[in-house]
Design a binder for this molecule. Structure first.
Ligand code: ATP
Length: 271
């Protein structure tokens, strides 16, 4: 990996959103990916910065794994997901020799790469830059926030599942946002019930409503619930555009609603 230097910048980026969760596996990368697709669906240009260095799953979710980033005079060019270049992605997944290579790095090396991602990637004009983070509140989060803050005010989208333990972890994320001055755009409750594709009855496999209750209690916006949806799992595995292909699925209206909430809350009138 070659350092490019302090050339790229974020001056053309409208809003930066960090997607956070206290726990692994609650659907952070899923929400980051689907929000990007849902925002593109309404005409927005979106970049995704995948700083989940040890588990970069977004290249596969968008079917661009194995692609290479290249360099131009002004820095690293992200990978474009579609022909009209409305979604671009930068991930450590593109810098590994083999997609399954493990990143076994100590904190300082990870922090250095995050800083480089932030200073050197030439994003161009974007309405939103979505930053998918690792679970928890680690060095990588502090590094990400400190490196991004000089460019723009930062918003946070917190993802939880309905169970108490995950919701408890989000409480710690809220404290992190407060301490680091991130504006909480809102909480998303993911895996919130399972809608049977045959009879359309919703079964709450886990409990339901924890995310909404936590948002009310903490005085932050609740953006919505995304149900467990087998078509969404399949789309992510196959790198298909769920928003485009499955508008009748149970998760589609939920994701579209959350994207609209984000648009409302980041518009000059909404903020
Ligand atoms: N609402 C949903 N419906 C169906 N499948 C889902 C949903 N949300 C997430 N998944 C599936 O759950 C798995 C974990 O999701 P994801 O990788 O987004 O979690 P994560 O929080 O980013 O994990 P990590 O902490 O490891 O980065 C994925 O296989 C994804 O396809």
């Amino acid at each position: 990996m070659e350092a490019v230097g302090e050339r790229g910048n974020l001056s053309g980026v409208g809003h930066i959103l960090l997607v956070l969760s206290g726990k692994g596996g609650v659907g952070k990368s899923t929400i980051s990916t689907e929000l990007a697709l849902a925002l593109r669906h309404v005409g927005k240009k979106v970049g995704i910065l995948d700083v989940d260095l040890c588990g970069p799953s977004i290249p596969q979710m968008l079917k661009v794994q194995g692609k290479g980033v290249h360099q131009c005079d002004s820095g690293w060019v992200p990978v474009f997901v579609d022909q009209d270049k409305s979604i671009s992605l930068m991930s450590i997944g593109f810098l590994l020799e083999k997609p399954d290579d493990a990143v076994v790095w100590r904190g300082p090396k990870k922090n250095a790469l995050i800083k480089q991602f932030i200073s050197d990637v030439t994003w161009g004009d974007l309405d939103f830059l979505i930053v998918d983070t690792p679970p928890g509140t680690s060095d990588e989060h502090i590094s990400t926030v400190e490196s991004l803050r000089p460019y723009k005010p930062l918003g946070a989208v917190l993802v939880t599942t309905p169970q108490a333990v995950s919701v408890g972890d989000v409480r710690r994320e809220l404290t992190f946002c407060k301490k680091t001055g991130l504006q909480v755009i809102g909480i998303v409750e993911n895996m919130s019930g399972f809608v049977c594709p045959h009879c359309l009855e919703c079964t709450n496999l886990f409990s339901k409503g924890g995310g909404e209750e936590l948002a009310r209690h903490a005085g932050v916006p609740f953006l919505g619930c995304v149900p467990l949806d087998p078509q969404l799992t399949q789309s992510l595995e196959e790198g298909r555009d769920f928003i485009q292909e499955f508008p009748k699925s149970s998760a589609f209206p939920a994701l579209a609603h959350i994207a609209q909430q984000i648009l409302d809350r980041t518009s000059p009138q909404g903020s």
